[in-house]
Design a protein around this ligand. Structure first.
Ligand SMILES: Nc1nc(=O)c2c([nH]1)NC[C@@H]1CN(c3ccc(C(=O)N[C@@H](CCC(=O)O)C(=O)O)cc3)CN21
Ligand SMILES: CC(C)C(=O)C(=O)O
Ligand SMILES: [Mg+2]
Length: 270
C-alpha cells in the first residue's frame, strides 16, 4: 500500500474516491504551460485541455475546426507542466466517428501528449466508442447536454432538459455512459434539478458547467474564471478577476512610456 503524498498525481481512482466521500471535485481548463503550472499549483483536482482551445486560444468561431494535432500539441504542454492534477484531453470533432477511429486517436493523444484520460462528447451513440476505449485501458470522461461539437445540429447554445422527455433522455444517456465504463461525466448546460437527479442516480461523479450546484464537481473555462476574454463569456461563468483589464492597462502604459521616452531622446540629441 502506498501512502498518499502531496506531490503524487491524482488518478481516476482518486477522483472516484472523492465522489464516494461526497467531496466536491474542482476542474478547470488550461491550454499552455504557464497557465497549467499556475492552475496545478493552486490545488485543482482535474485539468481539462478542452477543445474550447479553438475559441479561446486559436480564434475560431466554433470547436469544429480544432484538429487532433492541435489538441496533442497543447495537451503535451499542459501534461509536462503539471504534477498534481489529473489531466484530461478533449477528443476533437471527427475523431470519435467509430470505435476504431476513436481508439487510434485516443492512443495518439496518450502516447504523444502524456495526459491520463480523454473526454468524449455524445450520448447513446458513444456507448460503443467508450466501451472500446475503456476495454483497452484508456480512461474516458463522458460529456452530455450542450455539446458544442454538435452546434450546427442543435442550432445554438442553450440549456437542455427543460422538457420531461429531454430530461428522461439525458438521465438514460448518463446511466448508459456509466455502464459503458466512463469514470466521470460532464453535464453542460442542463437544468439544475435534472443535473442533481442524474448525480444521485450515478456512482461516477458528474462534473457540471452551467448545470447548477447539485453536481459532484464543477468545471469552467479558465479564461472565463479570470476575465481573460475579448468575446462575451457564457452567463453562468462569473469572472473572479479582470485579466483582460490588467493586460490592456499594462500594454497601454508601456506604449505611452515608450513613445514618451523616444520623444525625449530625440529632443535631447538635437
Ligand atoms: N469561453 C468559453 N467558455 C465556454 O464555456 C465554452 C467555450 N468558450 N467554447 C466552447 C464551449 C461553448 N460553450 C458555451 C457557449 C455558449 C453558451 C451560452 O451562450 N449559453 C447561454 C445559455 C442560454 C440558454 O440557457 O438558453 C448563456 O447565456 O450563458 C454556453 C456554453 C461552453 N464552452
Ligand atoms: C467546457 C468544457 C467542459 C469543455 O468541453 C471545453 O472546455 O472544451
Ligand atoms: Mg470541449
Amino acid at each position: 500500500m502506498s501512502v498518499p503524498s502531496a506531490t503524487k498525481r491524482l488518478t481516476i481512482r482518486d477522483i472516484g474516491r472523492l465522489r464516494q466521500r461526497a467531496e466536491p471535485i474542482a476542474m478547470l481548463t488550461a491550454y499552455d504551460s504557464v497557465m497549467a503550472t499556475l492552475v496545478d499549483q493552486s490545488g485543482i483536482d482535474i485539468i481539462l485541455v478542452g477543445d474550447s482551445l479553438g475559441n479561446v486560444v486559436l480564434g475560431h468561431e466554433t470547436t469544429l475546426k480544432v484538429t487532433l494535432a492541435d489538441m496533442i500539441r497543447h495537451a503535451a504542454a499542459v501534461a509536462r507542466s503539471t504534477e498534481h492534477a489529473l489531466v484530461v484531453c478533449d477528443m476533437p470533432f471527427g475523431t470519435t466517428t467509430d470505435p476504431e477511429t476513436a481508439l487510434r486517436s485516443a492512443v495518439d493523444i496518450l502516447q504523444h501528449s502524456g495526459v491520463q484520460a480523454v473526454k468524449i462528447e455524445g450520448g447513446l451513440s458513444m456507448v460503443p466508442v467508450i466501451k472500446r476505449l475503456t476495454d483497452y485501458g484508456i480512461p474516458v470522461m463522458a460529456h452530455i447536454g450542450l455539446m458544442p461539437q454538435a452546434v450546427h445540429q442543435l442550432g445554438g447554445y442553450y440549456t437542455h432538459g427543460k422538457a420531461a422527455e429531454s430530461a428522461d433522455r439525458l438521465s438514460r444517456e448518463a446511466r448508459a455512459l456509466e455502464e459503458a465504463g466512463a469514470f466521470a461525466i460532464v453535464l453542460e448546460c442542463i437544468v439544475a434539478e435534472v443535473a442533481t437527479a442524474i448525480t444521485a442516480e450515478l456512482a461516477i461523479p458528474t462534473i457540471g458547467i452551467g448545470s447548477g450546484p447539485g453536481c459532484a464537481g464543477q468545471v469552467l473555462v479558465i479564461n472565463d474564471l479570470i476575465g481573460l476574454n475579448t468575446r462575451p463569456a457564457p452567463s453562468f461563468a462569473k469572472p473572479r478577476a479582470d485579466a483582460a483589464g490588467l493586460v490592456r492597462t499594462a500594454v497601454a502604459d508601456y506604449v505611452a512610456e515608450t513613445k514618451a521616452s523616444a520623444l525625449q531622446k530625440r529632443a535631447g540629441a538635437a
